[in-house]
Write a protein that binds this ligand. Structure first.
Ligand SMILES: [Zn+2]
Length: 389
């Protein structure tokens, strides 16, 4: 049994020109072919035709940096993450739906307490609840005086080793390490470095040994240098990245994961945390710096993907920001499809619409190459070859 999805045009995510009136042939959960309708004319087997000729079809979107239980507009993000696990699983459900409705079919979760991300991942796999497929990190590794400390802290190499192993034992796909300060906390500066080189190295070694990698929260300063030197794979946020660090990222083929909506969107940190003058000042200064720095990042050729960082459903806004900083619409689309899949090491099965890959795709009424804002109008979502919204 095949499904033949007829579109207005297919943007396959590889960066090639759109296929006008392109068709997607689906068998079970996989893409069995892609091309013009006549190419599938003599096909054997029952074919169900699906008329999407008023829609542009793109790969399912990949959100490379998100959390499940946090809603930034409610303030006190770490307090939210520290709520009891049952409550946080329930609090996560509407957030997951927002992501799904916005076209996200794969999402990387970079820090939750009580392993709720691992439980939710299983519930989605078992089809107990609808949601994007998740890649999860379990509990983030964070120093007791570092940004991101909610319930679990990891000080010293031995605790890092033990917590990394426990995360993997429970089912984590990667390790999240908080190396520098952050914007939504007032305790430390953004470029404060909370870990030693040995501690960062330990996390990288344990992840490597397990065939995985480290995603590091790092905005800039000496902590970002450590991440580059010690070999983390993805650098989250990188708001303060300087010229030589950017060169290091390019030379070592690392990834930068941009997260803009939490900083720029009106429903982001500004909504409640602006009551704290330290955070307000950080946000206003960082907005200017990020606009300049990401202009350089885009033009440096560095590997780049995007994440919503708890701004559930706003991946299209992340893309809009990237375009405002100087990216082309195609670059912005790649940052949530092909390139995101490469960053997350899932490019063998996801990220583009190509024969043999998993049939995750979305439909838009208007062409996102004409206006990137059209990415916010996702009208249907298929995951594993089945329509889920
Ligand atoms: Zn985050």
């Amino acid at each position: 049994m095949y499904q033949l999805i007829k579109s207005k045009a297919i943007l396959d995510g590889t960066g090639s020109a759109p296929i006008p009136e392109g068709c997607l042939l689906i068998q079970n959960d996989r893409i069995a072919g892609i091309g013009k309708e006549e190419e599938f004319a003599g096909l054997d087997g029952i074919v169900e035709m699906v008329d999407c000729t008023s829609h542009y079809i793109l790969p399912g979107l990949i959100d490379s940096h998100n959390h499940l239980s946090i809603v930034p507009a409610l303030g006190d993000q770490l307090g939210q993450m520290a709520l009891p696990p049952g409550r946080n699983i329930l609090r996560s459900l509407p957030n997951i739906q927002k992501s799904l409705q916005s076209g996200v079919t794969t999402m990387r979760i970079v820090g939750e307490e009580n392993f709720i991300d691992i439980d939710i991942k299983k519930a989605i796999e078992e089809e107990l609840i609808p949601g994007p497929r998740l890649l999860v990190s379990g509990r983030g590794l964070v120093a007791s005086n570092g940004h991101g400390a909610a319930l679990t802290v990891s000080d010293g190499e031995e605790e890092i080793r033990r917590h990394a192993r426990e995360n993997f034992a429970k089912g984590a796909d990667l390790i999240k390490l908080f190396v520098t300060g952050g914007i939504s906390s007032s305790k430390t500066g953004i470029d404060f470095c909370s870990y030693s080189s040995k501690e960062v190295r330990m996390a990288v070694e344990e992840a490597d040994r397990y065939g995985s990698y480290v995603a590091a929260h790092a905005h800039g300063g000496p902590g970002l240098d450590l991440c580059i030197e010690e070999g983390v794979r993805t650098i989250e946020h990188a708001a303060l990245i300087n010229e030589s660090q950017l060169e290091g990222v390019v030379n070592k083929d690392l990834w930068i994961i941009g997260t803009f909506s939490i900083l720029f969107h009106e429903t982001g940190i500004e909504q409640t945390d602006f009551n704290d003058p330290v955070i307000k000042d950080k946000v206003l200064r960082t907005r200017e710096i990020v606009s300049e720095n990401f202009h350089r990042v885009i033009h440096s050729g560095a590997n780049l993907a995007l994440g919503t960082d708890s701004m559930h459903g706003l991946l299209a806004y992340e893309m809009e920001c990237l375009v405002r900083f100087g990216a082309t619409n195609i670059q912005a689309i790649s940052a949530v499809t092909k390139h995101a899949a490469e960053a997350l090491r899932i490019e063998d099965r996801l990220g583009t619409l190509e024969k043999g890959k998993i049939a995750d795709f979305i439909g838009l009424p208007a062409n996102p190459l004409d206006d990137i804002k059209n990415m916010s109008q996702v009208e249907f979502v298929y995951k594993n070859g089945k329509q889920i919204t």
